[in-house]
Design a protein around this ligand. Structure first.
Ligand code: SF4
Ligand code: SF4
Length: 132
C-alpha cells in the first residue's frame, strides 16, 4: 500500500466522520419526483457494475469545474454537491443542467470497491494525483 493511498484513506476517514454531522440540504418538493432510483452518481443505466445506493462518493470527493445549479463555479474536492439530497440521490439527474461530467463517471470495481470509505479514498487519491 503506497503512502499516498494511506494518506487518502486517512483523509477519507476524516471526511466520512465529517459527513456524519452534515445537515444535508433539503430539496424543493417539486424536484423529488424527478429523483432517480440510484445513488448519487446516478450513472446506473450503462455501467458494468451497479452504483451503490447511498454512496455518493462521486458527488463528494472529486472537484467539478463546470457550473452546477446552486454552485455556479462548480465545487471543490471533498465538498458535497448542493444537488445531493439528504438521502444521497441526485436532485437533477434528468435535468439538462446536470454537469456532463457527472454522467461520464461510470461505476467500476476499482473505484467503487467494497464500500463507501474505499470509494472516497480512491477518488480523493485520484483528485490529488490529477490536481494541476
Ligand atoms: S449534479 Fe448530481 S450527479 Fe452531479 S455531483 Fe451533483 S448530485 Fe452528483
Ligand atoms: S463510487 Fe461507485 S457506488 Fe459510489 S457513487 Fe460513485 S459510482 Fe456509485
Amino acid at each position: 500500500m503506497s503512502a499516498a493511498f494511506v494518506v487518502a484513506v486517512v483523509a477519507a476517514t476524516t471526511l466520512e466522520a465529517s459527513l456524519q454531522s452534515i445537515a444535508w440540504p433539503q430539496q424543493p418538493a417539486a424536484r423529488q419526483d424527478r429523483l432517480p432510483a440510484t445513488g448519487g452518481c446516478g450513472s446506473i443505466a450503462a455501467m458494468p457494475i451497479s452504483c451503490r445506493p447511498a454512496c455518493a462518493a462521486c458527488c463528494i470527493a472529486p472537484s467539478i469545474t463546470s457550473p452546477i445549479p446552486g454552485m455556479p463555479d462548480g465545487k471543490p474536492a471533498g465538498v458535497p454537491c448542493i444537488q445531493l439530497t439528504d438521502d444521497l440521490r441526485c436532485a437533477i439527474f434528468t435535468d439538462p443542467a446536470r454537469p456532463a461530467v457527472c454522467g461520464g463517471l461510470q461505476a467500476e470495481a476499482a473505484m467503487c470497491g467494497p464500500d463507501r470509505l474505499h470509494a472516497l479514498a480512491w477518488l480523493t487519491e485520484l483528485e490529488h494525483a490529477t490536481a494541476p
